[in-house]
Design a protein around this ligand. Structure first.
Ligand SMILES: [Zn+2]
Length: 236
């Protein structure tokens, strides 16, 4: 949704986003809850990004350690993260194949949960999609993600699982919450995917030009100007 041009360039292997610290810290956080061996392996494989010259962790990873401790010290958070980790399912929605990786799924209790880090729980974001102010959950399209996960898990198990987000903030000390969803939210996401998907597939198959966001690294790096625009559009 952000940028078809960049996404399909990535799919074709013509462009790769430089690994950002935010993405790395996210993987660090996830591996800590996956298993001790996954965490140890992550530390070994990314040693030079995590540790500075004196063998001390960089600030971002010290903060991540705070976030990990915050969750581990909260019984309710840990309860919401009980289950099988990093489970992959495939399925079909609107004639297209989908593949998902669930952070945590609990078959006994019929729920799945996703670990998300965010700046602060109550920060507001303006959303073009919802045409209003929204929380980080809608801003990063996590409701859509939860809807897709729920459907694909249903196709594999014959049962609708309850989705939860275990959120932890980058504040000091970190804040935390376990979030659930009114089921009414999912109808909107279903219609949204259904209405947006055809043009995405057309772009993927080369039947139409992929939409350029004109803002991301890929678009900035490949941009060719052909005219002027009025200053109003700077605020688009
Ligand atoms: Zn772009």
């Amino acid at each position: 949704m952000e940028c078809e041009a960049r996404t399909f360039a990535e799919v074709r292997g013509e462009f790769s986003r430089p690994p950002s610290t935010a993405l790395m810290v996210g993987s660090y956080l996830h591996s800590a809850f996956e298993s001790d061996s996954a965490f140890t392996e992550f530390l070994e494989q990314n040693h030079d990004s995590i540790y500075g010259s004196r063998g001390v962790k960089y600030k971002d990873y010290e903060k991540a350690d705070d976030m990990i401790e915050t969750i581990k010290n909260d019984e309710f958070c840990m309860f919401a993260l009980q289950g099988e980790k990093e489970v992959i399912y495939t399925g079909e929605l609107f004639g297209v194949e989908w593949k998902i990786k669930v952070d945590n799924i609990n078959h006994d209790r019929g729920f799945f949960s996703d670990l998300k880090s965010t700046q602060e729980l109550r920060k507001r974001y303006w959303s073009e999609k919802y045409n209003t102010w929204v929380s980080f959950v809608q801003a990063f399209d996590y409701v859509l993600q939860m809807w897709v996960y729920r459907e694909i898990i249903f196709q594999n198990t014959g049962r609708y699982y309850d989705p939860y987000i275990v959120a932890v903030t980058k504040e000091s000390p970190p804040d935390k919450a376990v979030l659930h969803f009114d089921s009414g939210r999912f109808d909107f996401e279903k219609e949204y995917v259904q209405s947006m998907l055809p043009s995405i597939i057309d772009a993927k198959l080369g039947r139409k030009n992929a939409h350029r966001c004109d803002k991301c690294e890929f678009c900035r790096g490949t941009k060719k100007l052909s005219g002027t625009f009025e200053i109003e559009y700077l605020l688009d």
